[in-house]
Design a binder for this molecule. Structure first.
Ligand SMILES: [Zn+2]
Length: 322
C-alpha cells in the first residue's frame, strides 16, 4: 500500500508516493510558483499537475498526507503560508480531495511532518521530546512528544519561527515584529550580510543550470543562502557575522521552546541547514550561552538526516496513522 505525500514550502512543492516502510517510491518537485495574492488557484493548479504526474507513475494512493508551510487550519482544511502570499485561507484539503475523488486527506504543518519523519526514520529515532526546525525561505517548526505530534487547537503548535526574540525588532511578513524568522531565515541572513557590504560574487555555483531560465551566467551574482553559506565556510567575515546573528536568533527561539516544552532534542533541516557546521557551530554556541536552568543543559541540536524527503516521509506516516 502506498500513500500520496505532498510537501509544500515557500521554496518548493514536492509530491511523492511513499510505502509503509517510509520508502519514497516516486518523487517529483518544482519551485513554488510566485503568484500574487488573489491568484491562489494558479498555485493550486500547478500542485495538482504535479500530483497527476506522480500518480501516473505510481497508481492510486490509499491515503493522502498533505504537509504545508504554516499557518494552516486543520479544522477548516485551509492553508495561509506566510511565504506563499497567493494562498490565504486557501481550501487546499477540499481541492486535493475533490481532485482525487476518494482517499482521505490529512493536513499537517510541514515542519510537523518533517519532525514526525525524523522521529520515525531519521535523527530523532527513539527520542521522546523533539522540536524539528526548517531553516529555509522561512523558519518552520513542529513538536513531537511521546511519538505524537503536538498540534494545538488548529494544527499550528510549534511555530518557533514566529516566536519573538526582539520586541522592538523589524516587521515580520506574518504581521508581527521581531520574530525569529526576521533574523534567522536564509533571506534574512543574506539581507544582513548585504547591508554590511558582503560581495556574493566569489561564491557563485559554477553550473549554469543553477541560473534562472534565460539568465546570462555572467550577469549579476546571486546573493542567496547557498552563496552566503559558502562564503561563511570560506571565512568571509561579513558572511560569518551575518550567520552568527541569525544563529543567535534561532538559538533564542530554540532555548525558549525548550524552556516551554522540556525538550530532549532539536533537529534542524531545510535548505540552509545543509550548510553544516557553518550554521551549527554558532547555533550550538548560542544555545549553550542562553541555556540557564539545568534541564536545558541536556538539550542537543543536530542536523536532520532525511534531507529533502523528511516532509514527505512524515506526511506519509501521519496519513498511515490517521
Ligand atoms: Zn513572524
Amino acid at each position: 500500500m502506498a500513500v500520496l505525500a505532498i510537501d509544500i514550502g515557500g521554496t518548493k512543492l514536492a509530491v511523492g508516493l511513499v510505502d509503509t516502510d517510509g520508502r519514497v517510491l516516486v518523487r517529483r518537485e518544482q519551485p513554488t510558483p510566485q503568484a500574487p495574492p488573489g491568484r491562489g488557484r494558479e498555485v493550486t493548479a500547478v500542485l495538482l499537475r504535479l500530483v497527476d504526474d506522480v500518480l501516473a507513475a505510481g497508481g492510486p494512493p490509499a491515503a493522502v498526507g498533505l504537509a504545508c508551510a504554516g499557518p494552516i487550519d486543520v479544522v477548516a482544511g485551509t492553508v495561509s503560508p506566510v511565504n506563499i502570499p497567493a494562498w490565504r485561507e486557501q481550501p487546499l484539503v477540499a481541492a486535493v480531495a475533490d481532485h482525487l475523488g476518494g482517499p482521505p486527506v490529512v493536513l499537517v504543518n510541514d515542519a510537523v511532518a518533517m519532525t514526525v519523519g525524523e522521529q520515525w526514520l531519521g535523527a530523532a529515532q527513539g527520542v521522546d521530546a523533539v522540536l524539528g526546525v526548517v531553516v529555509s525561505t522561512g523558519v518552520g517548526g513542529g513538536v513531537v512528544v511521546g511519538g505524537r505530534p503536538l498540534l494545538g487547537a488548529t494544527g499550528n503548535a510549534g511555530h518557533v519561527g514566529h516566536t519573538i526574540v526582539a520586541i522592538d525588532g523589524e516587521p515580520c511578513p506574518c504581521g508581527s515584529r521581531g520574530c525569529v524568522e526576521t533574523r534567522g531565515s536564509a533571506p534574512a541572513m543574506v539581507r544582513e550580510a548585504l547591508a554590511h557590504g558582503w560581495d556574493p560574487a566569489p561564491y557563485q555555483d559554477t553550473g549554469a543550470e543553477q541560473r534562472p531560465d534565460g539568465d546570462d551566467p555572467a550577469s549579476a551574482p546571486i546573493a542567496d543562502g547557498r552563496a552566503l553559506a559558502a562564503a561563511g565556510s570560506h571565512g568571509d567575515p561579513i558572511a560569518a557575522a551575518a550567520i552568527d546573528r541569525g544563529a543567535a536568533a534561532l538559538a533564542a527561539g530554540f532555548v525558549s521552546a525548550a524552556a516551554l516544552l522540556d525538550l530532549d532534542l532539536i533537529v534542524v533541516g531545510g535548505g540552509f541547514a545543509a550548510s553544516g557546521e557553518t550554521l551549527f557551530a554558532p547555533l550550538r554556541r548560542h544555545v549553550a550561552a542562553l541555556s540557564g536552568m539545568a534541564f536545558l543543559h541536556r538539550l542537543r541540536v543536530v542536523p536532520a538526516e532525511l534531507g529533502r524527503d523528511a516532509g514527505l516521509i512524515g506526511a506519509a506516516r501521519l496519513a498511515l496513522l490517521a
